[in-house]
Write a protein that binds this ligand. Sequence first.
Ligand code: HEM
Length: 754
Amino acid sequence: PKCPVAHNATPADYSVAGKGTRNKDWWPNQLKLNILRQHTPVTDPFGAEFNYAEAFKSLDYDALKKDIAALMTDSQDWWPADFGHYGGLFVRMAWHSAGTYRVFDGRGGGGQGQQRFAPLNSWPDNVSLDKARRLLWPIKQKYGNKISWADLMLLTGNVALESMGFKTFGFAGGREDTWEADESVYWGNEKTWLGNDIRYAAGSKGVSGPGAVSGDEHGQGREIHNRELEKPLAAAHMGLIYVNPEGPDGNPDPVASARDIRVTFSRMAMNDEETVALIAGGHTFGKTHGASTSEHVGEEPEGAELEQQGFGWSNTFNSGKGPDTITSGLEVIWTPTPTKWSNHFFEYLFKFDWELTKSPGGANQWVAKNAEPTIPDPYDANKKHLPRMLTSDLALRFDPEYEKISRRFLEHPDQFADVFARAWFKLLHRDLGPRARYLGPEIPSEILTWQDPIPDVDYPVINADDVAALKKDVLAAGLDPADLIFVAWASASTFRGGDKRGGANGARIALAPQRSWPANNPDRLNKVLTALESVQKKFNDAQSGGKKVSLADLIVLAGTAAVEKGANDAGHSITVPFTPGRNDALQDQTDITSVNHLEPVVDGFRNYGQSTQHARVEEFLIDKAQQLTLSAPELTVLVGGLRALNANWDGSSYGVFTKRPGQLTNDFFVNLLDMSTQWTAIGGTKGETFEGTDRKTGEKKWTATRADLVFGSQAELRAIAEVYGSADGEQKFVKDFVKAWTKVMELDRFDLHR
Ligand code: HEM
C-alpha cells in the first residue's frame, strides 16, 4: 500500500529537454561548432579563478607519493590485488591514459584526465581501469584540488614502477583536469567496437610474409589488410589504445603484428627502440585477465545500470574478481617476478619456443614449449604456471628489427632500463607541452629534444621605447605589411592546444623544416626573415649591456605593427598589445620529424589547401580553430580580419572582399552578407572555389574558397558574421580582432599565462 509508484502522479507521457531527434540526426553532414565550446568555465566546478599550478605548488608531494606507494599493497576485498600488489594494474592505467596520444594532431593523451569520461572510460581496451581509478579515489579525495586526476593517474603509474624496484626518469605535474568528454578527438568512423574496416579502407588487400615463429606453422601466408592506417589515427581498431594483442584482426602472426605495432607506436612518437623497451618494460609486470569467456561480462560503464555507480563490466564468473577476473580475455603472466623489475621478459622471450594456444576465454595466445612451470599464481602460493606471451609480445622477437634491439636489451639490461625509463617519461609527458609547464620536485634536469626546447632568456629584453622604435624599423624595411602579418601568423599558429606544441616562441619558423613548408610560402617567408634579421642585427649591434631582441619577438612584433598600421589606415587609432620575452631555438634543438607533425595540411586561416576525401576545408578550419583554442566568435573575427589585411598564404584574393586590402575593416563581413552578390562554384575544382557576381549585371565581384563562404552558409557562423557586418559592427570588429590576434600570438607564452 505504500508503494511510491502507485502513488506517483507523474503522467506517463512526459519527456524532457535535450532528448529527441537532434540536428546531428537530421543533418549528419552539418558543420558542427561544438568542439569550439568545450571545457569552458561553465563546465568547470572550480571556476575561472582557480589556478591549478598554484594549487599544485601547495601539495605535499612526498606525502602524496607515500600514500600512493602504500596503496600498492593495500589489497581491497572488492577488487583484490594480484600477487598482493596493484603495480601492474596501475602501470596499465597510466599507459592507457597517456597512450591515446597521436603525433599528427597532438590530441589524445593523458593531459586532461579524459579516462574518466566517455568514450575512453568505456573502451573495450580499458576494461577494469574503472576499478583502478576507484582504488585511487580515497587519495584523490584526501588531496582534493591540489592534484588533478590527470596528474594523479600518471604519477600513480610512476610510483607503481618505483614500488616494484624500477628507477624512473622523473615526473612533472601540471595537467589540469577537464570536466566533460572531449568531443574534439577523431577516434575513427567505425560504428562497432574493435571495428577497423574504415580506417584501413584506403589500403588494398595484401598478403603477410611467412610466419616466422619457430616450430610452428601458424601465421603462414595469411591474408591481411595492406595496412594503410587513416590519419591522424594511431590505433589499429576502434576502442583499442594501439593494436590487437592477438595479432592483426585476431590473426596470431607476430611478424604482421610487428607491422601494426610499428605504425601505431610511431604515431605515438616512439621509434623502434623505444617501442621494444615500452612493451617489454610494461609486460615485465602484472598479468592479463581472461578467467573465462566474455559472455560473463556485463555492460561497459556508460551502458551500465545506475546502481553500478560508474562501474562497468560486472562479471558473473564465480566471484567476478581476483582469480575470476575477465579483462582482455587473455590469460598470460609474462615473468616469474610480476611485481619486480627484471630482465625476465627478454630471457623468456628468447629462451623458449612458443606454441599457439587458447586462453580459457578462447583467445589466441602462446605458451612456452618444453618449459617448467615457473610462473607464480596471483592467489594460490601452491600453484605454478607455464610461461606465456601475447602475439604482440612475440613481435619483439620475430620482427628482424625488433629482434636486434631485443637481443641487445637481453645482453645489456642497463640499456633496457635506461631506454624504458626515458620512453616511459616521454609517454607520460609528450602532451604536457614545453618544460615551462612542468611542475613539482621531480622534473629531470636533462633537456630532451622532443620537448622542443627554447634557451632561457638570460639577457635584458626590449623595453617600450625599443618596441616603438623597432615597429618603425620593420615597417620601413620595404616589405608589404601583409607579408609581416602572414609570417607572424604562420609562426604563431603552429600552436596546438592538444599537446601545447608549436607557437611563435623559439622562432622555429626560421629553421628547418618550417622554413620550407609549402603553407609558409618559402620565398615570401625568406624575404621577410632576411629583412627582419637585418633589423634585428642592426638593433642588437647598437645595444650595450647585452640587451637583445630575439627573432621570435621581432616576427610577432612586425606582424603586430602591421596590424596596427592596417587599423590606423582604416581610421582606427589603436595599439596592439605586445609583450617581449620570446627566445630563439637552435637548429640542433629541433627534431625535424617531430616538428613536421605541426605542418598545416589544410589551413583556412590563410586559405591554404583543399578538401580531402575525409574532410572538407571548412571542417579543417574548425579543427584548426580548436587547436588554437579559439571560440566561434574569435575564429570568425580572425578570418574576417586576415582577409581584409590580405594575408592569404600565396597573396591570392580569395575571400579578400574589400576594395581597400590591407586595411583592418569589416568589409569581409559587409560584402559577404551583401544580398546583391550571387555565388557560384567555379573551375575544375568544383565546390572548392567560388565566384561572386552582381545579381543584376552579372559583373564579377569576388572570388572565395569554402573557408570564406562558410561564414555565410553555416547558420551559427553567419549569425556572428552579421554582428561584425552591421553598421555598428566595425569598432567591435577591430577591438575583437586585436584581442584574438594577441591571444594567438601568446598561446605559447606559458611564462605569462598558464
Ligand atoms: C596488460 C596488451 C603495451 C603495460 C596487458 C593486457 C593486454 C595488453 C591484452 C592484459 C589486460 C588484462 O587482461 O588485464 C598490450 C599490447 C601492447 C601493450 C597489445 C602493445 C603492443 C604495453 C605497454 C605497457 C604495458 C607499452 C607499459 C609500458 C601493461 C601492464 C599490464 C598489461 C603493466 C598488466 C596489467 C595488470 O597486471 O593488471 N597489455 N600491451 N603494455 N600491459 Fe600491455
